[in-house]
Write a protein that binds this ligand. Structure first.
Ligand SMILES: [Zn+2]
Length: 168
């Protein structure tokens, strides 16, 4: 597995000066290190992880989103896959794996699936800022992998975009 932290640092538990610098600058977080360590230790049981590039993790109160490289096929880790199950057990939170994508629509889609995304509208708020209205099919709320607020917060910390989920 490729990670933003040196493999040897993860295994030894001591960061080299370059990785320590990244941590100090906020380019990586302690959560990234913890998740990278866990993923690395799962490689033996889940060899498909060797091909995966771990980019970063974003955490909310109840959910952790793992960003992997574009084309790394999150379905390889699968929402019902053993890797995600192991992580959920270890961190006692729900996990979601999302491919890195410059297309925000695809990112949001990956996050709300299996709920059906109907569309995304961009709104100008009275204060001049932008908000994206993410429209989900009305009968799908139960299919959302997490609470609406949690998902909104996760998209924000991931993409910097403010979204509001509505059901139609
Ligand atoms: Zn390092």
């Amino acid at each position: 597995m490729k990670t933003p932290i040196c493999t040897i640092d993860i295994k030894s538990g001591f960061l080299c000066s370059r990785c320590q610098d990244k941590l100090d600058k906020g380019l990586i977080t302690q959560l990234d290190i913890d998740i990278a360590k866990e993923l690395l230790s799962l490689e033996d049981r889940a060899p498909e992880l060797k091909e995966v590039e771990f980019k970063k993790a974003v955490s909310t109160d109840s959910m952790v989103i793992i960003i992997i490289g574009h084309g790394n096929m999150p379905e390889a880790l699968g929402s019902r896959g053993k890797v995600v199950r192991e992580l959920e057990k270890r961190f006692n939170k729900r996990f979601r794996v999302v491919e890195e994508n410059s297309n925000i629509r695809k990112t949001i889609e990956d996050m709300v699936t299996p709920a059906a995304l109907l569309g995304i509208n961009t709104l100008w708020l009275p204060d001049g800022s932008l908000e994206k209205k993410v429209r989900i099919r009305l009968d799908d709320p139960k299919k959302l992998p997490a609470d609406v607020r949690v998902l909104e917060e996760a998209v924000r910390s991931l993409t910097g975009e403010r979204i509001r989920i509505v059901f139609e």
